[in-house]
Design a protein around this ligand. Sequence first.
Ligand code: PAF
Length: 282
Amino acid sequence: MQIIRKVSDLLDFVAASLDNGKSIGLVPTMGALHDGHLSLVEKAVGENDVTLVSVFVNPTQFNNPTDLATYPRDEESDFRLLAAANATAVFAPSVEEMYPDGTASDHVFSLGTAAEVMEGKFRPGHFQGVAQVVCRLFRLCRPTRAYFGEKDFQQIAVIRNMVASENIDVTIVPVPIKRAADGLALSSRNALLTPEQRAVAPGIHAALAKSIDFAKEHSVRETIAMVVDAVNALPHMEVEYYEIVDGRTLLPVEQWSESPDVVGCITAYCGKVRLIDNIRYK
Ligand code: PAF
């Protein structure tokens, strides 16, 4: 596996791959890799000639400096896991290499209303930062396909909007959430949980799973209340939001009949660790 640090070397790698008629699968990550990331890599390896994984903790998408400072990092383990997963190359630039003119940007991405709700409301600027780094990665890596985990359900919708508004020719491939045996959605942030917090964190998925049957006999509003109460009843846990939305627009639904595509999206703090998850109702 080739380890690429410099944009100039990345451009050479991409040009050589495309000149040889190879398809490029890109898996953008912020490192601290787990089996969820590896499922994206596995899919990319199966569908493309070349699999390129980026490992870059993007400062521009963090609206909380402590969150950025404490974000888990383990480059040595990341490279070992990626080599074992048959990635062709990893792009792991410094912040200066990624943003040679500084991180500030005048460009405002058109991300639609999908970027204004939920994470957009609670993490101002977050999706502009995600769009900034993913757009730059797409321009540099020129991927045929790019792979994103469905744990970040809203992020996928926002990236699709960015791709459309920036006229980028890439196929976005969503990959199902990977869970621990006890149901907790795999996330790099899980490494920050204390043993007691880790023990209660699967309660988020348990409440979402229980709500599937509950929803058959109850309204959207009652289902939201049930999930919020069940998660808030757990020690260490505090729900930031639980919204039941149209899976295409990310806008809240009030009736189950409003859309053929309905998803519940939750964010909860477990102590100081912000966890997100989602579940499909239909
Ligand atoms: O989902 C993530 O890990 C990040 O938001 C991404 C897409 C790698 C951009 O930094």
